[in-house]
Design a binder for this molecule. Structure first.
Ligand SMILES: *Cc1c(COP(=O)(O)O)cnc(C)c1O
Length: 361
């Protein structure tokens, strides 16, 4: 059996089947159906946020957020994220300006943001990397001072709390992904969360082709809707979030105690953060050592993943910029397998292989 970097959480099949029966009897498959409404309400309660929209995925969520905030010109962002963060900026015809990351938290270095602001800057789009909080207080202060909008790519941040509040509650808009590989998933899916009712109203219109009523259009829009089937998966999975978080925590702590004495660096969790253990990233001394280890693990049917590689400064459609810390770390980092059905014994076995390989230098 292969041990892959991740596996989707599967709720009890009978739960999903119950929802399917309801869908069949109502004959209502998409377009703001009852399950979608129920999921949005339950997510708002779960996250304790004012406004949330369930969308088709986390990439369209970023694109709609950029549109709804009417951003143009330059958007300050991180080179260490999934490609969707940068590609969405470029897709919306804005220019990504990369600010390097902190080598310990792996998030955008807030102390370097101000020097990147120009008269064309309209926003900061930062990622809570691997579910670890950005320095949201510092970013908020900079945004206030320079009159910039803040979007958080919170694709990894479901379940993380900052100062006791869901990390998704921060920023002018937070975007989330509910893709199958994420901690909480709806097969495919995403969300936008915003404290501003007016921005939410705009995003609600944009998600549905710009309709403001059946016969009127309030803005240009896109199809960002999601279906009753996806909402049903979300309703099944939401019940298991406390269990999902606790299993990931146990596995992550086991990894950490097993690997503590090796020349491996772990991500430093931001102060005042209750972390969701979404990923288990490890940074090696060199790319060569990391590649050699991955090859060795692959021989034993263990498949960690290079995440995130390459640094987004290297994208062919981003004008030449440099971010030495992100470029260096992206070459040396991998995420170790972490999923709900991974066992403690498997974690121990993976760690034994890592120790074996790193000690035979
Ligand atoms: C998964 C992910 C996305 C994209 O989400 P999709 O739902 O797959 O479109 C965006 N940003 C980050 C950081 C992600 O990990």
């Amino acid at each position: 059996m292969n041990i892959t970097v991740t596996k989707p959480f599967m709720p009890p099949y009978s739960d999903f089947k119950n929802y399917l029966e309801g869908i069949w009897s109502r004959e209502w498959l998409t377009n703001n159906g009852p399950l979608l409404n129920e999921l949005e309400i339950k997510l708002k309660e779960h996250l304790d946020v004012d406004h949330l929209l369930f969308l088709c995925n986390g990439t369209v969520a970023i694109q709609i957020a950029i549109r709804a905030l009417d951003l143009v010109g330059e958007i300050i962002t991180t080179p260490f994220s999934y490609v969707a963060t940068t590609s969405s900026i470029v897709w919306e015809r804005c220019d990504p300006v990369m600010v390097d990351i902190c080598p310990d938290t792996l998030n955008i270095d807030a102390s370097k943001i101000e020097q990147a602001i120009t008269e064309k800057t309209t926003a900061i789009l930062a990622t809570h990397v691997f579910g670890n909080s950005c320095d949201v207080d510092a970013i908020h202060a900079i945004a206030e001072k320079h009159n910039l909008k803040v979007i958080y790519d919170a694709a990894h941040a479901f379940g993380t709390l900052y100062k006791g509040k869901s990390l998704l509650a921060y920023g002018d808009v937070s975007t989330c992904s509910f893709h199958s590989t994420k901690l909480f998933h709806t097969v495919e899916g995403g969300a936008v969360i915003s404290p501003h009712a007016s921005v939410l109203k705009q995003m609600a219109m944009m998600r549905n082709f710009g309709h403001s009523s059946a016969t009127e259009f309030g803005s240009v829009g896109i199809n960002g809707k999601n279906s009753e089937f996806h909402a049903a998966m979300g309703l099944c999975n939401l019940k298991h979030v406390p269990d999902i978080l606790s299993v990931r925590r146990t596995l992550s702590e086991r990894y950490k105690s097993n690997l503590e004495d090796l020349p491996i660096q772990f991500q430093k969790i931001q102060a005042k953060t209750e972390y969701n253990y979404a990923y288990f990233p490890v940074i090696f001394e060199s790319e060569a050592k990391m590649l050699k280890l991955v090859e060795f693990l692959n021989l034993h049917s263990i498949f960690p993943r290079r995440y995130f590689y390459p640094s987004l400064t290297k994208l062919p459609y981003v004008y030449e910029q440099s971010a030495p810390i992100a470029e260096d770390i992206s070459r040396r980092i991998i995420c170790l397998p972490l999923y709900h059905t991974l066992s403690i014994e498997e974690v121990d076995m993976i760690c034994r292989f890592i120790k074996q390989e790193l000690s035979c230098e």
